[in-house]
Write a protein that binds this ligand. Structure first.
Ligand code: HEM
Length: 180
């Protein structure tokens, strides 16, 4: 995994800038890290498949559950499974980590809010480990998380968006195929 991330940043240190000014950056023909991620997850899925054939164990993780459901539901494809694994690690890794870093910082700076969240957890679910089912019971905690995400702006650069057709936004023309 570490190798994949190192490779990703070596290949494309400034992904957005390199698209805007390709002549200033060396952009490889093939984005190596995506291919490396895909190959790695194909291997991991194969290991899960082999294990499931050998042992009749209960599912141990998301891939196990997905592989079992694939047999019963034809809309679940192998291709989507690899895509989902990549989402978890690429889209869901750094984003969740940065969000948690901001949450810790703001709760440390505003301890009265931390206390209110703590109190809500104690009053509604007590000492047990919270689960997703408890989420609707914790509106103050949820509002606090949302406010931190609004205030901290965890992903200011967002993703690249390419215009599928000529478009006008606020009086500016975005030609087809250009990044906005
Ligand atoms: C707090 C955590 C997260 C933050 C702050 C975050 C932030 C973002 C942002 C800003 C975008 C771009 C939206 C746009 O401008 O179109 C995005 C897209 C996306 N995120 Fe996240 N994300 C988070 C967690 C996750 C997780 C856990 C996953 C997957 C397991 C995920 C999967 C995706 C995918 C697949 C897209 C692209 C959606 C599309 O095709 O338009 N994200 N995310």
């Amino acid at each position: 995994m570490e190798g994949v991330f190192k490779h990703a940043f070596k290949d494309r240190p400034f992904p957005l800038l390199s698209k805007l000014f390709p002549s200033l950056f060396h952009v490889p023909e093939k984005v190596g890290h995506a291919a490396a991620m895909k190959a790695m997850f194909e291997e991991v899925v194969e290991e899960h498949r082999a294990r499931q054939r050998e042992e009749d164990q209960p599912p141990g993780d998301f891939i196990d559950v997905y592989l079992r459901e694939m047999g019963a539901d034809s809309t679940l494809t192998y291709h989507d499974l690899i895509g989902l694994c990549m989402d978890f690690f690429e889209a869901g890794g750094e984003t969740v980590g940065s969000t948690m870093a901001w949450v810790l910082q703001y709760l440390a700076l505003h301890q009265e809010e931390q206390e209110k969240c703590h109190q809500e957890i104690k009053d509604t679910i007590g000492e047990k480990v919270p689960t997703l089912e408890d989420k609707p019971l914790l509106p103050y905690c949820e509002a606090t998380m949302m406010e931190i995400q609004r205030f901290a702006c965890t992903a200011p650069a967002s993703l690249d968006h390419k215009s599928m057709d000529d478009a006008w936004i606020g009086g500016y023309k975005i030609p087809k195929g250009k990044y906005a």
